[in-house]
Design a binder for this molecule. Structure first.
Ligand code: MG
Length: 247
């Protein structure tokens, strides 16, 4: 029976985590190692200036007072008795498309699994802020892909970034493999004043503009397909490298 490490960036109490656990138990033993608190947009940060504590919730569920990447690293190396066959991160209640991948704790947890040599998936729902989430639909899609990856593996140094449109199952058109698009924000820094009249800034909100190139993750979810983007650990621009001349 496959051992699956499940984590997220929204914290161990998040409903998306529970929904994903419920769908993955059909594939193996699921052990949750997730952050105590919401770590959305924590990216791939590691906690290195204070100690980390593991709290056992039950035999298959642990919380760590750290980041998503901390959870995968400590989960694999210290919490689990054996190496997992799969790392799954999610379900995030918002998209991780285009440029957002750089900030995403959900994607970074899966990237940490890939760095450790374990096939890994990140799962996100393309839901707007405050919109009710179709977690069961996304969990079922994720479980189908997890079964495929358990059977066939993934290419070397590659993780799957999965984004599921927030629609009833009957309205999903299918699944497509995509490339990373661009997702640009207007007004992403809110400039306001505190009760004492001091100016402050709050990053968040704003109006996202989605790039219009076809076959990208952003256009695929807009067309009501599940988007699966294979992300690579190597961020080298190989085309640029070929054109660069050493002096
Ligand atoms: Mg999140």
């Amino acid at each position: 029976m496959a051992l699956i490490l499940l984590t997220n960036d929204d914290g161990v109490r998040a409903p998306g985590l529970a929904a994903l656990a419920g769908a993955l138990v059909a594939l193996g033993r699921v052990v949750i190692v997730a952050p105590e608190q919401d770590n959305s947009a924590a990216s791939h940060s590691l906690t290195m200036r204070r100690p980390l504590h593991v709290r056992e919730i039950d035999a298959n569920s642990y919380a760590i007072d750290g980041t998503p990447a901390d959870c995968v690293m400590i989960g694999v190396k210290k919490v689990l008795a054996e190496r997992p066959a799969l790392v799954v991160s999610g379900i995030n209640p918002g998209p991780n498309l285009g440029d957002d991948i750089n900030y995403s704790g959900t994607v970074s947890a899966a990237r940490e699994g890939t760095l450790l040599g374990i096939p890994s998936l990140a799962v996100s729902l393309v839901a707007a802020n405050g919109e009710p989430c179709q977690y069961a639909v996304a969990a079922e899609e994720a479980a189908q892909l997890a079964a495929l990856v358990l059977k066939d593996g993934l290419p070397p140094d590659t993780l799957f970034n999965i984004n599921v449109p927030n629609l009833p199952a009957a309205e999903l058109k299918g699944r497509r493999y995509t490339r990373q698009g661009r997702r640009l924000y207007d007004n992403a820094i809110q400039e306001t004043f505190d009760p004492w009249g001091r100016r402050h800034y709050w990053i968040g909100g704003g109006t996202p503009r989605w790039s219009e190139e076809p076959e990208t993750d952003v256009q695929t979810v807009l067309a009501a397909y599940v988007s699966v983007t294979p992300l690579h650990l190597d961020m080298t621009n190989h085309r640029a490298l070929q054109g660069l001349v050493e002096g």
